[in-house]
Design a protein around this ligand. Sequence first.
Ligand SMILES: [Cu+2]
Length: 289
Amino acid sequence: MRHKQIHLLGLLVGALGLCGLGVGLALGTNVAAKSAVKITPAISVAAQKTASNTITVARVISAEDSWLVIHRVVNGEPEQVIGYARVKKGTLNKVKVKINAPAKVTPVLAAMLHRDLGKKGTYEFPGADVPTISGKTIVIIFFKIQDPPVQEKNTPTTSTKPAPEQNSAATPKATTKDPLEAGSKTGQDAPAKTAEPMIKEIALTAKQWSFEPNTITVNKGAKVRLKITSVDVDHGFSIWEYAINKTIPGGKTVIVEFDADQAGTFSFVCSIFCGSGHGGMEGTLIVNP
Ligand SMILES: [Cu+2]
């Protein structure tokens, strides 16, 4: 596998060399990548602790020199950038990203690939260095932080407002409501019920720009099986409190299973940019105590 990647990279470098002028253009590398061999950008990252203020991303595959960007996640949406690292094109393992704003770490973070389009080697986002699009979707992965900072929970309204300019153009929804507030309301102890867990199967349709039904209700303790069908383009399905983030490819059905072990009201959102109405593509999961 590793040898194959290196071989592909060699081909790509060769193609770039032949392109000559094209390399100098902002889009040159992208064009060359398409005409030579197709590298599908991807990120994989495991749940981890961030006590050392470093995120370790298990693997990054990029078709060009890029930025690996860590966003905090609020209401299932990637928001402010809290760290980034430059990644060379190709496959890199165990990429470390220093977190510049440790107090801003949220229980779920997102790792996203951004292009290096402006001044080479200078991180410019908000600005020229926009998120990398592969196919029709942003290259992004959500992951859990096992030791999020406590102060975030106790002081949800700090004087530092979430910087609106940090919001990617591709993620137009910029909710400033802190999900931890909602979380604490819904986190109260539920009266114990000793009903047998049962599988609750619910079919959902994802389309531009809604989920149908957009409210799903289950009982705490249920094993939930969602059958989500996208009837048009690629969508995502994310419930950050349950650390769920699945891609629903256009025209496909994907099964999402989870144990409804936390009572409360949770938002589910589309986590893949799917057009102008993406930011409003959401619904509600109610888990009755
Ligand atoms: Cu979407």
